[in-house]
Design a protein around this ligand. Structure first.
Ligand code: GLY
Length: 322
């Protein structure tokens, strides 16, 4: 049996575009939005699969952004100990990052991606036309992961992004470049034991910002949180003499040019710090980050002291709001 998992948005805007090209299938539709990257959604999928007597030889096609590919990927990875998955990512963020590389995840107790598995899709099919279904805010969220890719691995791409407009025609040709960079990193370390952690630059602080704001009116999209996380972590990289002031300014300027990021209230600093202590890269209760080494290289597993982290929050406020 073949199932196509959509959220309410992709069911409406993307499914009709490719419906006729899909094999005979049944649809499963979940609610949209990060708050539905939950055990409840996974339970709903398992329920649908079980009720239809789905066998281990079945296929789940995830049609959506990172929320759908993460949730569907996780549900498929444990249903009968694993059924095959194909990802058809519909957002820029999922096309460049989330749908590639076999990481699946759910949020739990308001902590990002804390439940998850590795379950490599048998194929990832990227349809550029889907970028035209996205609003500017959603495109920008994906652009943040492109900036991350450039900072850790490709200085020329960073220069190019500095002159790119946030429109599908200009972004689409850059998707394959971002995918190739990610694939090269995955080849060396598919299970995130070491070098793949490079892809997590901006995410230690970024996931904390995303979790903190998740239940608030001014919640952040994943890429927005990562953009703020990259500003904070680049300051930490300067502090560790991994980048120069000029490079920190280049990164901060590119991000502040595109993103309107929130001021971080001092009252939230401790909560952010405790969220960062949940990060999967940490060892022996110490916070470890992947930090840029210049622009185009990265240093993984770098131990970071609490006081630098608090200074980094202050730097974000100073650099983005003064
Ligand atoms: N998004 C980070 C990774 O795939 O490793």
């Amino acid at each position: 049996m073949v199932f196509v998992l959509c959220d309410k948005n992709t069911a409406r805007y993307c499914y009709p575009v490719i419906k006729s090209k899909l094999p005979i299938h049944e649809r499963i539709i979940i609610s949209a939005g990060e708050k539905n990257k939950s055990l409840q959604s996974a339970g709903f999928i398992w329920n649908q699969l079980t009720e239809r007597g789905t066998g281990k030889d079945s296929l789940l096609i995830n049609l959506g952004g990172g929320m759908v590919t993460d949730t569907g990927g996780f549900a498929a990875s444990v249903y009968k100990r694993g059924i095959d998955v194909v990802n058809i990512p519909t957002t820029l963020l999922a096309q460049c990052d989330a749908a590639i590389g076999g990481k699946t995840a759910l949020d739990f107790k308001n902590i990002k991606n804390i439940i998850g598995s590795f379950h490599f899709p048998v194929a990832v099919l990227i349809e550029p036309a889907f970028l035209k279904t996205l609003d500017k805010r959603t495109l920008l969220s994906g652009f943040a992961e492109m900036i991350k890719t450039a900072i850790i691995a490709d200085k020329k791409l960073f220069r190019k992004l500095s002159n790119t407009e946030i429109i599908p025609q200009q972004l689409q040709p850059l998707v394959s470049r971002a995918v190739r960079i990610k694939q090269n990193i995955l080849k060396q370390d598919p299970f995130d034991l070491k070098t793949r952690q490079a892809l997590n630059f901006g995410h230690t602080a970024g996931h904390a910002f995303e979790s903190l704001m998740a239940t608030r009116k001014d919640y952040l999209l994943h890429g927005e949180a990562i953009a703020l996380g990259m500003v904070a972590e680049s300051f930490i990289a300067l502090n560790k003499s991994l980048i120069t002031v000029k490079e920190l300014n280049q990164i901060t300027d590119l991000i502040s040019h595109h993103f309107e990021l929130p001021h971080i209230a001092e009252a939230d600093f401790d909560k952010l710090f405790s969220l960062m202590k949940q990060d999967k890269k940490n060892r022996k209760q110490e916070i470890r980050m992947a930090l840029p080494e210049g622009i185009g290289k990265v240093k993984i597993n770098t131990k970071v002291q609490p006081d630098i982290i608090y200074s980094a929050f202050q730097y974000c406020n100073f650099a983005l709001h003064s």
